[in-house]
Design a protein around this ligand. Structure first.
Ligand code: PAF
Length: 273
């Protein structure tokens, strides 16, 4: 596996590859959610490249940038074992200059849900993803449905900026009991992990209700709130695949999203119906 720290050298490598490139951008602390993206990228492409970069511009002041888990050695091993062709590990200086153009998140969809709680977060996400897509010369780039709003905004950016890359949405990978995998799960102690299961339980309850024919989001939300009773819920939202709010579930066009705090840790999860 090749390892690059320089954006110029990585770009030079990717643009000279002969064949399709599957790209998995990450912030590291890799878990099976990430590795499922890597497996899919390998299956569907001639080459698979991965980036690890804890992107400071998507963290708000006071968020967990400094304590975000960093495990470069273990992550490098995982990528090597998974058969990744090249790993991009840029420094901050490789990715950003003091004064440079940046991408802005849409004024509405970038400032609801996660963007409402974390205003400006998606400016940073879209800016770094634009850079990474360009540097990786990706044919297809792989993102998890767990970060639903991020995925949708990236799809919209790629479409509206006429970018030549296909965004592939991949299902959320869960731990045995249901907790959606996330690098931030390491912040949870055993008690908090148990408490956090209420989030996936509430989503599964919503899925069961829809399966039984219930499409009224008010009724589904009431049931979800029962499951979530012990947690500090930030939002429960029902929206379509463009983040438009829904009063009624539309099969194959609905996402049920939850954000809740367990102790000091914010967790998000969703199901696509
Ligand atoms: O989902 C993430 O890990 C990050 O937001 C991403 C897409 C790698 C951009 O920094």
């Amino acid at each position: 596996m090749k390892i690059f720290h320089s954006a110029k050298e990585f770009k030079n490598y990717t643009k000279n590859l002969r064949g399709s490139i599957g790209f998995v951008p990450t912030m590291g602390a890799l878990h099976d959610g990430h590795m499922s993206l890597v497996r899919r990228a390998k299956e569907e492409n001639d080459f698979c490249v991965v980036s690890i970069f804890v992107n400071p511009t998507q963290f708000l002041p006071g968020e967990d940038l400094s304590k975000y888990p960093r495990r470069i050695e273990a992550d490098t091993k995982l990528c090597e074992l998974a058969g990744v062709d090249a790993l991009f590990l840029p420094t901050l200086e490789e990715m950003y200059e003091e004064d440079e153009p940046s991408i802005k998140a849409p004024k509405i969809n970038g400032y609801v849900l996660e963007g409402f709680v974390r205003p400006g977060h998606f400016d940073g996400v879209l800016t770094v993803v634009m850079k990474l897509l360009n540097i990786s010369s990706a044919t297809k780039a792989y993102f998890g449905q767990k970060d639903a709003q991020q995925l949708i905004l990236i799809e919209q950016m790629v479409k509206r900026y006429f970018m030549d890359v296909e965004i592939v949405a991949c299902p959320t990978i869960r731990e045995k009991e249901g907790l959606a995998m996330s690098s931030r799960n390491v912040y949870l102690d055993e008690e908090q992990k148990k408490a956090s299961l209420a989030i996936s339980k509430s989503l599964f309850a919503a899925g069961t209700m829809v399966g039984a024919g219930e499409l009224d989001t008010a009724k589904i939300e009431a049931r979800m709130r029962e499951e979530l009773a012990g947690l500090d819920v930030e939002y429960i939202t029902f929206c379509d695949r463009n983040l438009g709010k829904q009063e009624k579930i539309e099969l194959k066009n609905s996402i049920v999203l939850v954000a809740a705090k367990v102790g000091a840790t914010r967790l998000i999860d969703n199901i696509w119906i």
